[in-house]
Design a protein around this ligand. Structure first.
Ligand code: FES
Length: 647
């Protein structure tokens, strides 16, 4: 008779185990991650699982609740004191009696709530760098001179298998007090992903400590986004964002580099500002999630190269000029307090590696989240900001570049451009016959031609055009014939519509006449053409490097991508031809990548290795860039066709 077969979901790992084996032990043996703080004493409640009942033909397993032991005294006691959700068992206490399918609840599901318009729900398998370990330490004995800390280490090795433990120096003077306060029972936080590769005691508490948190943070030039997550369950306790206060030193990245170059204290001031903002945001997510900031033990950061340098206190001047040398490109680790981050004194901070001078740790995060290197299909991943970060590849080869799109896509350099805020026009349609526009405004529930729009818009007004809308407007102007393939506003149209108005030697399109006059000028269209040509030329270079004439899927990362309509992006030729169903916005993919690296340290190695293999292309050095750029100035492109668009 064979031993019972146990299958763990969602990982699909399986194996045979003798009757009576605790489910937790079986999980451990198969490398299935199930959290445990108390080491199987049925007191922490972290090891919960669910038995799936049914006939699992595919896996030839018939699983039922009869195939697992009844609740024993320990589990009963736990349930009485703390309560177990319906159908949940403690895997340390439940024993295998027959074939079983076990569901390991995954609390971290990144979905639309976290990532706006995320392409798919995603489960992050948990394997955090920090683990909480409860131990009961022998009391001191005059006949055995081993120190208190050393006896603690002995128990951590005996109960948890930690060998060669190191300890954060600030804890050494506290060990005796904590052991006595806990009556010789303590919980240690072990960090097992330090540079030294030796496990490290980074936290120590009297008694049972049942929760530890981590922070995943994306420092963008405009916005800082943060998730606060339970390192044990993976539950997202809070997510929030704040403006990057460095904006007062310069709107875009290059102006911040210039600020550093021109002001002796500039770097220091900007480093201080961004660290203060991160600390402020930690306070905000902790308040929202009702978490003590000192329970934060691990942090993962991503950022574009300039934000990366400024946050870490590195002068970014070299990034402002060719050859755009990064001070350091590999992944980095610090004690959080070394970066002035106010969390637990033993908390670590991990920064993802940068890909190249203008393709930062944020692009690495997005690459980890979307995983072009994990698939057969050729995936194009674009993060559009002042600089577009472009990654193209599949499991055979990944190439990356950045392209100087300028701030036009963000609404800057556009005469009526503004940030996405109430009052900004966000959607536009132009009637191809009458050339009359209809539009939607952020904060107003109606289209401009609907009844009651004026009243509804009275409180916010119609104040300008946001970056995503400018794409739609220019595309609609092209589709309705207002502008030619070369992007020139056709003055002859003025006879047809009063919306075409002269503006010096060129013509503008009048989008809205109210308290503010909102027009799209010839210069605005030029700015968009230059930005989109730069983006497309960069993409085209990478396609050439890959030797492909089309891409299979396109992922837009970042806020910009969440708001633009892929159809219009293709009408304008921002992106190459692709099935529209395969073009998706993935929200803050960089932040999702940080979250993945926070909850699963395996992802840190994965992205470090991937980044080391990514081939970086410097667009400025490529002779064909200019040719692609010129071709891409036309709408949608002078030479490339977009067959999928017409179907
Ligand atoms: Fe702590 Fe099961 S491991 S309750």
């Amino acid at each position: 008779q064979k031993d019972p077969l146990v299958l763990f979901m969602p990982s699909g790992k399986r194996g045979r185990f003798p009757v009576g084996t605790p489910v937790l032990d079986a999980a451990r043996k198969l490398g299935v991650y199930v959290e445990s703080v108390c080491g199987g004493r049925a007191t922490c409640g972290r090891c919960q699982i669910v038995v799936q009942e049914g006939n699992f033909a595919k896996h030839k397993i018939v699983s039922s609740n009869d195939h697992i032991s009844e609740k024993g005294a320990k589990e009963d006691r736990y349930e009485k004191i703390r309560g177990l959700p319906d159908g949940r068992r403690l895997s340390c206490s439940a024993q295998i009696l027959g074939d079983l399918v076990i569901d390991v609840p995954q609390d971290t599901v990144i979905n639309a709530q976290v990532v706006r318009k995320a392409a798919t729900d995603r489960v992050i398998e948990r394997n955090a760098a920090v683990q909480l370990c409860y131990v009961e330490v022998d009391e001191p004995d005059m006949h055995k001179p081993l120190g208190d800390l050393d006896r603690l280490k002995v128990m951590l090795e005996k109960d948890w298998g930690w060998k060669d433990l190191l300890i954060a120096p600030h804890l050494i003077p506290q060990v005796q007090g904590i052991l006595r306060k806990g009556n010789w029972a303590v919980t240690a936080a072990i960090h097992r992903d330090m540079d030294s590769s030796r496990p490290f005691i980074v936290g120590l508490w009297p008694g049972l400590k049942n929760e530890a948190y981590g922070v995943a943070c994306d420092i963008g030039s405009t916005t800082i986004a943060m998730h606060l997550v339970s390192l044990l369950s993976g539950r997202i306790a809070a997510s929030s964002g704040a403006s990057n206060p460095q904006i007062r030193f310069g709107e875009d990245l290059m102006s911040r580099v210039s600020y550093v170059m021109m002001n002796p204290d500039g770097r220091e001031a900007m480093t201080k500002a961004v660290r203060e903002a991160v600390n402020g945001l930690i306070g905000k997510v902790c308040a929202e999630g009702e978490v003590d900031r000192h329970d934060i033990l691990d942090m993962v950061f991503v950022a574009n190269p300039i934000m990366h340098h400024l946050f870490l206190g590195i002068d970014p001047t070299e990034l402002g000029q060719a050859p755009f040398a990064l001070a350091v490109s590999g992944a980095l680790q610090y004690w959080a307090h070394e970066i002035d981050i106010d969390v637990n004194r033993g908390a670590r901070l991990y920064m993802l590696p940068c890909i190249a001078g203008h393709v930062g740790a944020d692009a690495a995060g997005a690459t980890l989240a979307e995983g072009p290197y994990r698939q057969d299909k050729m995936m194009l991943l674009v993060d559009v900001g002042t600089n577009a970060e472009i990654v193209l590849g599949n499991k055979d080869r990944v190439v990356a570049a950045s392209s100087p799109t300028g701030p036009a896509f963000e609404g800057a350099e556009i005469s009526s451009g503004q940030r996405a805020a109430p009052g900004a026009i966000e959607r536009v349609r132009i009637d191809p016959v009458t050339l009359e526009p209809r539009f939607r405004v952020i904060g107003v529930e109606k289209w401009s031609d609907e009844e009651g729009f004026a009243e509804a818009a009275a409180s916010v007004g119609v104040t300008g055009i946001c970056g995503s809308a400018i794409i739609e407007i220019v595309a609609e102007m092209y589709l309705s014939g207002i502008i030619s393939e070369d992007g020139v506003v056709d003055g002859a149209m003025a006879a047809k519509s009063p919306r075409i108005i002269p503006n010096g030697r060129t013509f503008s399109y009048l989008l809205h006449e109210g308290e503010q006059r909102i027009t799209v000028t010839q210069n605005d269209i030029r700015a968009i053409q230059l930005a989109k040509a730069a983006l497309y030329a960069g993409i085209k270079l990478l396609m050439e490097k890959q030797g492909v004439d089309h891409v299979d899927t396109i992922r837009f990362a970042g806020a910009f991508g969440s708001f633009i309509d892929p159809k219009y992006a293709m009408v304008l030729g921002l992106i190459p031809d692709c099935d529209l169903d395969d073009v998706k916005a993935v929200g803050n993919a960089a932040g999702t990548g940080a979250l993945m690296a926070l909850l699963n340290r395996g992802h840190r190695r994965e992205i470090e290795q991937t980044v080391s293999k990514i081939e970086k292309i410097e667009t400025a050095l490529e002779s064909k860039f200019q040719e692609h750029f010129v071709n891409a100035m036309a709408m949608p492109n002078k030479v490339d066709s977009f067959p999928k668009l017409s179907t």
